[in-house]
Design a binder for this molecule. Structure first.
Ligand SMILES: *Cc1c(COP(=O)(O)O)cnc(C)c1O
Length: 381
């Protein structure tokens, strides 16, 4: 077992700088083009990107917005979901999912995770349906699609909308189909560290339904159909032309980028297989795109392992340390500790290892060796 001092290296959690360096010429040229045209708001590359991204998702329409949060919110508003309505979503997700629901005035109804995939458990979803339920909002957490077929069947049975939170799953597939094309509408985020990231905030709504796309188009731009003609009350949630330009440049490389994440995950899986931790389970229906690579370790060892890795120069994260229902911001929902045992147990045990597109194999190997050295020194908890 190599000692950590022998060949120490720095492994960042994500590396946006080297990604930029690899496409600098194309991005710089594309940005210069926008500056020349100066079509900064809803310019040419916004519609170019919308077309390209819809096609990439194997869907009909895409409408660019200013964040993943806005994408979720505008879909809900397009469906007139608001006060008095309930939207069922995952207890185990990033808080933005729930915030988009409550921001519209609706109530986020949380359900626990499936212990194998950590995504929304369809069995729990059915139990949470009430007469006030308007939509189910599954999250493709960490890059792995939720089990959509049972969710879609429930939605059909109870006449509910299905809205995908695909903010961590650009390019992932469920039974061969792309995320973004699985429900009634989907929200993607282009936060810089996402699988497809802008150089600032950005997001998009993807749908096969012309009316939904048109509603979101109005809502993102002050409810304006023709300049200074306002059909409905809208917002300013437009995608910037500069960000769309960056995204146009990066989209053709997304599959390759996701491939490099999958390769890194395979190396981690292999090197960590015999250690006392759980590596992520890829569901039989999923082509996982590893936005995050999340392992589960004994609760009493997590902090020590994270500290040990930091000492080795390996950056890690926890996604997410406090479940939504235990956040002070969501006291109003009235959930107690213990309400979602899978999610809560998971929050105490998870650790996200370095993962980004083009992560060098040596970095993955080094991180895995450091984890092995930790268990060598500390036993299996
Ligand atoms: C990133 C993310 C969002 C929000 O996206 P922003 O672009 O940061 O607003 C929503 N849901 C999930 C699951 C996310 O990971």
């Amino acid at each position: 077992m190599p000692l950590k001092e022998e060949y120490a290296m720095k492994v960042p959690f994500v590396d946006l700088q080297s990604e930029y360096q690899s496409i600098k010429e194309q991005v710089d040229g594309a940005i210069a083009g926008v500056l020349d045209r100066s079509d900064f708001i809803l310019g040419q590359t916004v519609s170019d990107f919308e077309k390209a991204f819809a096609e990439y998702c194997e869907a009909e329409y895409a409408v660019g917005v200013d964040s993943g949060f806005s994408a979720l919110e505008l879909i809900l508003r397009a469906y007139d979901i608001g006060a008095g309505d309930e939207v069922i979503t995952a207890a185990n997700t990033f808080i933005a999912t729930a915030l988009a629901i409550s921001n519209c005035g609706a109530r986020p109804v949380l359900v626990d995770a499936d212990p194998d995939t950590f995504n929304l458990d369809p069995v729990q979803v059915e139990k949470a349906i009430t007469p006030a339920t308007k939509a189910i909002l599954p999250v493709h957490l960490y890059g792995q699609p939720a089990d959509m077929d049972p969710i879609l069947a429930l939605a059909q049975k109870h006449d509910l909308r299905v809205i995908e939170d695909a903010c961590q799953a650009h390019g992932a597939r469920y039974k061969g189909r792309r995320t973004g094309s699985l429900g009634d509408a989907a929200a993607f985020s282009f936060y810089p560290s996402k699988n497809l990231g802008a150089y600032g905030d950005g997001g998009i709504v993807v749908t096969d339904d012309a009316e939904t796309a048109e509603r979101v188009r109005l809502l993102r731009n002050l409810g304006q159909s023709v300049k200074y003609h306002h059909a409905i009350k809208g917002f300013n949630h437009r995608l910037d032309t500069l960000q769309a330009t960056v995204l146009c440049t990066k989209l053709p490389r997304l599959d390759e980028a996701n491939g490099s994440r999958r390769e890194a995950a395979e190396v981690y899986n292999r090197l960590l297989a015999d250690l006392p931790l759980n590596t992520p389970q890829e569901a039989p229906w999923a082509e996982h795109v590893y936005h995050l690579y999340v392992v589960e370790v004994a609760e009493e060892q997590r902090e020590a392992l994270q500290a040990y890795l930091a000492e080795c120069g390996v950056a890690t994260g926890i996604h997410y340390p406090i479940p939504i229902h235990l956040q002070p911001a969501y006291e109003e929902l009235g959930y107690e500790a213990g309400a979602f045992p899978v999610t809560e147990r998971f929050a105490e045990r998870i650790l996200s290892l370095p993962m980004y597109q083009g992560i060098p194999a040596e970095a993955v190997t080094y991180a895995a060796d450091c984890i092995a050295a930790f268990f060598d020194e500390n036993g299996s908890g």
